[in-house]
Design a protein around this ligand. Sequence first.
Ligand code: SAM
Length: 154
Amino acid sequence: MLEINKIYNEDCIEGMKKLDDCCVDLVVTDPPYLISYKTNYRNNKKHKFCSAIKNDDNFELISNYIKELHRIMKNNTAGYMFCNAGKIDFFKQCIEKHSKKDGLIFDGFVGSGTTALACKELNRNFIGFELDKEYFEITRKRIKEYLNQKRVGI
Ligand SMILES: C[S@@+](CC[C@H](N)C(=O)[O-])C[C@H]1O[C@@H](n2cnc3c(N)ncnc32)[C@H](O)[C@@H]1O
């Protein structure tokens, strides 16, 4: 079993193989949409969102993901998959309603870390994977800044 309360810069299918059966209390995840999504609504065309999300055309990945989710989730637990990047209040509502304080929440497609941050805010345990190094670093920084603000009471 991997250490929890960490995000791993790794392919989620490979990473999930290192998780025990029935260890996860709730899945809150925003997978690649399978639509080769990229926005044109940015002035800066070099912005990360102007290039396609990794694996956004890979149906097999999502099918393998669901199989692995089924293995790592405890019985009678919930899994939420949606396209809602960045809407932290929505993620928080979902986590608060469907998990307890010591629960382990999983997200195999961490991106900029909305699920991870929501878990920090709600004192839930978290484990997740992000393949893209740049997103991984953005999320690490985002969580570090959040924890620093919390420490100094901003
Ligand atoms: C829709 S975005 C997630 C958005 C996220 N909820 C947020 O708060 O930004 C999907 C993410 O999955 C990542 N991804 C794609 N294939 C992956 C894989 N095989 N393993 C882990 N992450 C992957 C992409 O790099 C992208 O950051």
